[in-house]
Design a protein around this ligand. Structure first.
Ligand code: SF4
Length: 259
């Protein structure tokens, strides 16, 4: 399915994971992409309240979804949140308490009127597939299930506040990654892909038509070819680097060598 013809010298001896996260990194800062996905420089991940909140909520929902349906209650959800709560990255206990409240509220809101009922196939699982000897397609699927209408649906939980427009959603590189990984694993394409925004308890769904899929695969191939053709991997520094990039201490943008 992926025939990549140009470039590739830069990763001749590497195996690169092509995922939503790695593509986002490439688009944000090519130097960071090189540190992380080509040179594989190990560095302690940056901790932040928002990351911890996201991990806590996702892990809670993963276990919750796997419970027998009669056990899927608000009480069990709160207990699971306690068990999966990640305390990293909070400056003090007051801030952590606020984030915990935020997580509790969004999950209780979700549980009061769920929009993801159906028969579960998998939850919070990494799927991967070799594309060629250098490239591996990788994605974490929050939930794959047969929805109440018996339709195969991939669902992605969102704990943040920013929602995509319909057009942004249709063109999001996550769509072809989810579709292809589901097809490789189950020999079946999902019919619907959804983003479930937990804060407002809203689910936005897109029917995976032939046009949307072909457009997505075209965009995916395009970005893969950009990665393979990139030679310099320039840095793209910003005021956020210090607090958001684990390679800050190694990056030439902030470490000018004296003559
Ligand atoms: S510190 Fe900033 S510029 Fe340097 S690699 Fe990280 S994100 Fe890129």
């Amino acid at each position: 399915m992926f025939i990549l013809t140009n470039g590739g010298e830069n990763i001749a001896n590497s195996k690169i994971y092509i995922s939503y996260t790695s593509i986002s990194t490439f688009r944000t800062c090519k130097r960071k992409f090189k540190f992380k996905y080509i040179d594989r420089v190990s560095a302690a991940p940056v901790k932040s309240p928002f990351l911890s909140l996201g991990v806590s909520v996702h892990n809670t929902l993963a276990e919750f979804n796997m419970l027998p349906k009669e056990w899927q209650t608000a009480d069990s959800l709160m207990q699971l949140l306690k068990r999966h709560w990640v305390s990293d990255g909070y400056k003090n206990s007051k801030i952590e308490e606020n984030f915990l409240k935020r997580a509790q509220n969004m999950l209780l809101n979700y549980c009061s009127e769920r929009r993801d009922m159906g028969n579960i196939i998998l939850c919070e699982e990494f799927l991967k597939q070799d594309i060629n000897k250098n490239l591996i397609l990788l994605g974490k699927i929050d939930k794959l299930y047969l929805n109440e209408n018996g339709i195969l649906e991939v669902l992605d939980y969102k704990a943040g506040y920013t929602a995509l427009s319909k057009e942004e959603f249709e063109n999001n590189i996550q769509l072809p990654i989810y579709a292809l990984l589901t097809k490789y694993r189950f020999n079946k394409l999902p019919k619907v892909i959804s983003y479930y925004y937990l804060v407002p308890n809203q689910k936005i769904s897109i029917e995976l038509t032939k046009t949307i899929l072909e457009n997505g695969i075209y965009n995916l191939k395009k970005v893969i070819n950009e990665i393979l053709s990139e030679k310099d991997f320039p840095y793209n520094s910003s005021n956020n680097c210090k607090n958001s990039c684990e390679y800050y201490n190694l990056c030439e943008a902030f470490n000018v060598k004296a003559n």
